[in-house]
Design a protein around this ligand. Structure first.
Ligand code: ATP
Ligand code: MG
Length: 425
């Protein structure tokens, strides 16, 4: 048997209604906030991610699916969407349009990670990016949009916000971090030892319990912000408060990108129970931040931006765990059960006519006996069943059975669709 690659998933019809519900809700919320949809390629030049995600990040150093195409160019399956959107904005001249520019996307992402609950090698994101505004008000709108989405999905998430400073205050904070972590250099995990001099802020985000323990007492970025960054964070807090959005300032929240500036945030939600300990497992379902230097880094003009990505696999898990339930798949409104060859032919046309009227109808195409057909119609939850044999075709009238009440009525075959409209009256 050929099986799917590790860390990938098949999403089956019993689950897709939940995915569709998330997609629909996300599109609705994007519409309310004035975002337009963007789609971009599945693979891009490797260089885009080296520059756009940052060469010192885990994603670029360890997790990318990179390959040479037949012309020897280095290509990479997108590990995230932001760099792709920024590339597209620059390439298509969108940076010259009236600002703000607001874009959303659904994308699959590929990362060579150690698979676990909520962590896959191919996963899905709903992402948004807002360009051309650097006010705290734009941050508040972006956070509020993510908050609205999660609330509409019935996910009770905790919002953590932070500021990671800017070009003028970060260098001093970086120094403070290096001198703190240096004291624990031999205890840090191998990755963090490497990060110590390249990207020390990433140590705060390490998943290893030892590094997390050490990071707990590290200098706090919020104690090192310049006046501008501090004022920006304070205004954001006020605006979120005005909108009734609950949050906690957590100086431990840092993002992977080197180009993130000022505001960063994460929504954390319960997604299931640990199989062994039974403890409730909480994961970041949505994460984002401001990246005022990214567009320039990728070769575009100076253009501030802020965005987030929600991990759709984790949204699905969170919704299942919260008992939101999977929307029901639609059952047929009418099931036509033909008896005999002549009736079977007539049933095909009847079903076609009903479908053309926008009615979900089914009829037998498997060759079941009448008894088996009735059982099947019941199993798939058909509202009405119509049995037709040669006689019915000749008379043009048939018996319709209401499957819920078992009530039977006689109707002209020509307008069996009326039984449905009657019910709606
Ligand atoms: P984490 O710290 O969990 O590894 P990250 O910082 O790498 O997340 P981002 O690159 O910010 O994540 O991606 C945004 C969101 O995408 C995450 O908050 C999460 O919901 C989802 N996500 C990231 N990596 C994965 C993965 N391997 N499998 C499933 N979802 C993921
Ligand atoms: Mg990660």
């Amino acid at each position: 048997m050929i099986i799917k690659p590790r860390g990938t998933s098949d999403i089956l019809p019993e689950d897709t209604p939940l995915w569709q519900k998330i997609e629909k809700t996300a599109r609705d919320v994007a519409g309310l906030y004035g975002y337009g949809e963007i789609r971009f390629p599945t693979f891009e030049s490797t260089e885009l991610f080296a520059r756009g995600v940052g060469s010192t990040t885990d994603v670029v150093q360890k997790e990318m699916y990179t390959f040479s195409d037949k012309d020897g160019r280095s290509m990479t399956l997108r590990p995230e969407g932001t760099a792709c959107v920024v590339r597209s904005v620059i390439e298509n001249g969108l940076a010259g349009e009236a600002m703000p520019l607001k874009l959303y996307y659904f994308t699959s992402c590929f990362r060579y990670e150690k698979p676990a609950a909520g962590r896959y090698r191919e996963f899905y994101q709903f992402g948004t990016e807002l360009f051309g505004a650097e006010t705290p008000a734009s941050d508040a709108q972006v956070v509020s949009m993510a908050d609205t989405l999660l609330k509409r999905l019935g996910i009770k998430a905790e919002l953590k916000i932070n500021s990671i400073g800017c070009k003028s205050c970060r260098p001093a904070y970086r120094e403070a971090l290096v001198s703190y972590f240096k004291k624990y250099e031999d205890q840090l995990c191998e990755t963090c030892r490497g990060r110590l001099y390249t990207n020390p802020m990433r140590i705060l985000d390490c998943k290893s319990p030892v590094c997390q323990g050490i990071a707990k007492n590290a200098p706090k970025v919020t104690d090192h912000l310049c006046d501008e960054c501090r004022a920006h964070l304070e205004t954001l807090k006020t605006l979120l408060g005005d909108q009734g959005i609950a949050y906690e300032v957590d100086p431990g929240i840092v993002r992977g990108l080197d180009y993130y500036t000022k505001t960063v945030f994460e929504f954390i939600a319960p997604i299931g129970r640990d199989e062994k300990t039974g403890e409730i497992k909480r994961l970041t379902v949505c994460a984002g931040g401001r990246y005022d230097g990214l567009v320039e880094e990728i070769g575009g003009p100076r253009l501030p931006g802020i965005g987030y990505a929600a991990g759709m696999d984790r949204l699905v898990a969170a919704m299942k765990f919260s008992g939101a339930g999977i929307p029901e798949t639609k059952a047929p409104e009418i099931y036509i059960a033909p008896l005999g060859e002549r009736a079977s032919r007539a049933a095909q046309k009847l079903v076609y006519d009903l479908r053309m009227k926008g009615i979900y109808a089914e009829c037998d195409i498997v060759g079941r006996s009448l008894k088996a057909q009735m059982k099947y119609a019941d199993k798939i939850g058909a509202d009405y069943t119509v049995i037709i044999a040669g006689d019915e075709i000749d008379s043009g009238r048939a018996i319709v059975k209401n499957m819920k009440t078992s009530e039977q009525t006689e109707t002209a075959l020509r307008d069996i669709d009326r039984i449905i409209s009657k019910e709606g009256q």
